[in-house]
Ligand binder design. Structure first.
Ligand code: ISJ
Length: 364
């Protein structure tokens, strides 16, 4: 078709209408098939949310996308199609660290799509408990920020519960200054907590050096406080500002625009191997020289790439530590199995927190 001479509008729109009719009938058929999958899962007692299968679908979309739609646009559409299909199989409930509008809420929507029932929890510990008590099917919590490091509240919950990790998701962190004030000169107070303040400290120093910082967590609550204070401002994301109904006075105030946070999806699934997986492990050691080196050399000996290691006090005030590590591979991979077996021989206790599809931190 000659691009310079398009057909009459009515004709083109007739074609679009015909495609929409086909799309609706194909989508309905797709949801029916998901319901059939759901009956198999119900019979065999298998999980309804299968991130490994979703990853296969997204990989295929990327390979077969003929354009002109961008990969991200196609992904967003399919995230919602899958969300609707999953809800038709079985309505799922996911908890997140609330209130509505937190980055964790964004991560939950990104993972499950909007055809999911979300319940806000007051704290990270509440998310773990809601899962353990069977009040929700899944939960979403932050685990590490690219600039500020780990979220200790999350790691510290693993020894206290038996909740497992079934997926990870990265969310870009775009901080804005939300305020009802007409200009920056009017802002006397900033409502925000440690991490966002840290991530915007260069901007605050240059633009609001005299503002008082009032520790308010999480960001969605800070937005609410700022709404109630005509001389106040909050550091928050655009979803929180939109939900609270507060305007953005200055957009994008993060010192590093590439900042992002990794979130964990918690539940009791054990996703099958995809070939590009990650596993999280927690262990503790005898307090003797060389124990950590010995423990970690198991990974090296079996060619397992260690992606993250973090230690946390073992909540007993005895200066003993629990180590958390993320490594490449699935718990069923032979080399990871061998490394974990060796780790078990050296460690006092070793717990696999989960194997789940690996996500590229830069692909957000
Ligand atoms: C249909 C399934 O269940 C859910 C829905 C999916 C879909 O709509 O394609 C994919 C994975 C699951 O989260 C499945 O596991 O195949």
């Amino acid at each position: 078709m000659d691009e310079a001479t398009p057909r009459p509008l009515e004709k083109i729109r007739q074609d679009i209408d015909a495609i929409d009719t086909q799309l609706v009938s194909l989508l309905s058929r797709r949801v029916e098939l998901a319901q059939e999958v759901g009956r198999v899962k119900g019979r065999d007692n298998r999980p309804y949310f299968t991130p490994e299968r979703e990853r296969q679908i997204f990989d295929k979309l990327e390979q077969t996308n003929p354009g002109p739609m961008r990969a991200k646009q196609l992904q967003a559409i399919f995230r919602e199609i899958i969300s609707a299909a999953r809800a038709a199989e079985k309505p799922l409930v996911a908890a997140f660290w609330g209130p509505a509008g937190t980055y964790t809420h964004l991560a939950a929507i990104q993972t499950f799509g909007t055809s999911t029932e979300f319940v806000a929890q007051d704290g990270i510990a509440d998310v773990f408990q809601a899962i353990e008590q069977g009040k929700v099917d899944y939960g979403v919590v932050p685990v590490e920020n690219a600039l500020a490091g780990v979220v200790p509240e999350t790691l510290d919950m693993f020894p206290q519960t038996n909740v497992k990790i079934c997926a990870e998701v990265y969310i870009p962190i775009h901080h804005h200054l939300a305020s009802t004030a007409g200009s920056l000169d009017e802002v006397q107070r900033i409502y925000a907590f440690g991490q966002p303040v840290n991530q915007c400290k260069g901007w605050i120093r240059s633009n609001l050096p005299n503002a008082e910082i009032i520790d308010t967590a999480p960001t969605a609550r800070a937005a609410q406080k700022a709404l109630e204070d005509p001389q106040g401002a909050a550091i928050c994301n655009s979803l929180a500002a939109q939900l609270v109904g507060i305007p953005l006075l200055v957009e994008h105030i993060s010192d590093n625009p590439a900042n992002r946070t990794r979130f964990l999806v918690l539940g009791y699934n054990e996703p099958a191997k995809t070939g590009r997986d990650k596993s999280s492990v927690m262990f503790n050691l005898k307090n003797k020289p060389g124990e950590l080196v010995k423990a970690l050399s198991a990974f090296e000996r079996h060619g397992v790439n260690l992606m993250m290691i973090e230690s946390r006090p073992a909540q007993r005030a005895t200066f003993e530590y629990i180590f958390y590590c993320d490594c490449a591979g699935h718990r069923t991979d032979a080399n990871l199995q061998a490394a974990l077996e060796e780790l078990r021989e050296n460690a006092l206790e070793t717990v696999i927190l989960g194997s789940y599809p690996y996500r590229d931190p830069l692909d957000v």
